[in-house]
Write a protein that binds this ligand. Structure first.
Ligand code: NAD
Length: 439
């Protein structure tokens, strides 16, 4: 379903009219393509307080492929190192660094503030570092022009773990993510031979891959070099085979709720899985008072219970290889709740619980990370079925004033999936253009 309003505001009369009426002004987002693989302009490196990790950080920023500089007229990205901000007084340095340059950020630009986790033992440090969260979330709402702002927290001494994340955030791949907080562990990243094909030699399985977000995830993982197995229900076999054939992938027609689903997945991946993406999901909306037990049960079964069951079975059987990546699909409905979606929101909140609890144990016991994407309004058949007014509200009620595309969720999944993302664990990342819901 095309976003006609976005198209209209991209024309001169559309811009004139909507600006005059004070209506939202969504900017066309620049996403990754072979022709535009990176941001268009230099990366401005600023520091608030003392540059404690300056040299190491500078080297790492160099790997983004952007020109890193201390001064730029029109930066495409700004990194503010605020790891040394440990007091309320230190917040003045954040203002002093960004206030003079924020207006010069190029359209579609990226701001990343680098912080450290708030300390449980030092409430002054905790206050200052937590302040950065409110700061970044507000900045995301202010900057406009398709630009984004995030807070990236790194464990002290763990700068090296941030490479895949900095590359992702300072690239067109993160176009629909804004106002988010990402916290990295100190895990040492696996080496990457070729950043153009970081998943080369890896086997990935994507559930619900016949169409929508799942088909896009399969496509982006294949682009990044993975050998992909596309799974979907037997009723969707024609679409599934079409998607798989297009990607040189394997089709696995299988209902993920089948009792033997894990065994059949293991049989389809004799060398084990390096990436497991739980994307399949359904909605059966009704208000609780009108919801029969079967609508409740089917949503919990597909969206949550099958994810728990197959994850447990595949980890237990060793089908998920060491260094593996599990990515589950939550939703902002699981964070904010939604009228008519008690079943769906419960299932998606359950995914968040699963990820946060399992992530540290999966890393310790199996060398596997577990993360979730939490999409907001994404343009798919699922959201095309939403009534017009609610659909329009869903599209506009975020800082970027537009819906996301399946590829936005897919790019985030591919970043989680990278061998170099070992430090990205237990994260639930909203891909929602900084939706007002549950923010
Ligand atoms: P979609 O309905 O277009 O695609 C879902 C796919 O999952 C379909 O191909 C379907 O056949 C498959 N599927 C359903 N039940 C299955 C089962 N039992 N076994 C195997 N496959 C099954 O949906 P989408 O919009 O692409 O959503 C993908 C995921 O993203 C879902 O988990 C959804 O809840 C989540 N999500 C979507 C949005 C959005 O705005 N579209 C927002 C938040 C979360």
């Amino acid at each position: 379903m095309a976003d006609r309003y976005l198209h209209f505001t991209g024309t001169a009369p559309g811009r004139f009219l909507t600006r005059g009426l004070g209506l939202p002004q969504p900017a066309a987002l620049r996403r990754w393509s072979l022709g535009t693989p990176s941001l268009d302009g230099p990366l401005l490196h600023l520091t608030a307080g003392k540059p404690v990790i300056g040299d190491e950080l500078r080297t790492l920023l160099g790997t983004t492929g952007l020109t890193v500089t201390d001064r730029a007229e029109r930066p495409a990205g700004i990194l503010l190192d605020a790891t040394d901000v440990t007091s309320a007084a230190g917040l003045a340095d954040v203002h002093a660094a960004l206030h003079p340059v924020v207006r010069s950020l190029a359209p579609g630009g990226r701001i990343v503030v680098l912080g450290t986790p708030p300390s449980p033992d030092d409430h002054h440090q905790a206050a200052a570092q937590q302040a950065l969260e409110g700061f970044v979330r507000s900045l995301g709402k202010e900057i406009g022009k398709g630009s984004t702002a995030q807070l990236l927290r790194i464990a002290p001494g763990a700068v090296a773990s941030a490479e895949s994340t900095l590359r992702f955030l300072f690239s067109p791949r993160s176009a629909y993510i804004s106002g988010q907080v990402i916290e990295l562990t100190a895990a040492v990243p696996d080496p990457v031979a070729d950043w153009a094909a970081p998943l080369y030699g890896r086997t990935a399985l994507v559930t619900g891959a016949a169409r929508g977000i799942g088909a896009s995830v399969a496509s982006v993982l294949a682009r990044d070099g993975a050998q992909v197995i596309c799974l979907d229900v037997p009723q969707a076999e024609d679409d599934l085979i079409r998607t798989a054939d297009r990607l040189g992938a394997t089709a696995l027609p299988l209902d993920i709720t089948a009792p033997d689903a894990a065994e059949r997945i293991a049989a389809a991946a004799p060398g084990g899985l390096d990436v497991l993406v739980h994307n399949a999901g359904i909605t059966r909306d009704r208000r609780l008072a009108n919801m029969p037990a079967d609508r409740w049960a089917s949503v919990i079964e597909v969206n949550l219970d099958s994810v728990l069951r197959t994850t447990d079975a595949l980890l237990r059987a060793g089908t998920v290889n060491r260094g593996g990546r599990i990515v589950a699909t939550a939703s902002i409905a699981g964070i904010a709740g939604n009228n008519g979606q008690t079943n769906y929101a419960a299932s998606k909140a359950g995914i968040i619980g699963l990820v946060r609890s399992l992530a540290p144990r999966a890393a310790a016991d199996h060398g596997v990370t577990v993360n979730a994407v939490a999409p907001g309004f994404i343009e798919t058949k699922m959201t095309a079925a939403v009534p017009l007014l609610i659909r329009e509200a869903g599209r506009r009620m975020n800082s970027l004033a537009q819906g996301g595309l399946p590829v936005d969720v897919a790019e985030t999944t591919a970043w989680f999936a990278q061998p170099a993302s070992s430090a990205v664990n237990g994260q639930v990342l909203r891909v929602c253009g900084q939706s007002l819901l549950g923010a």
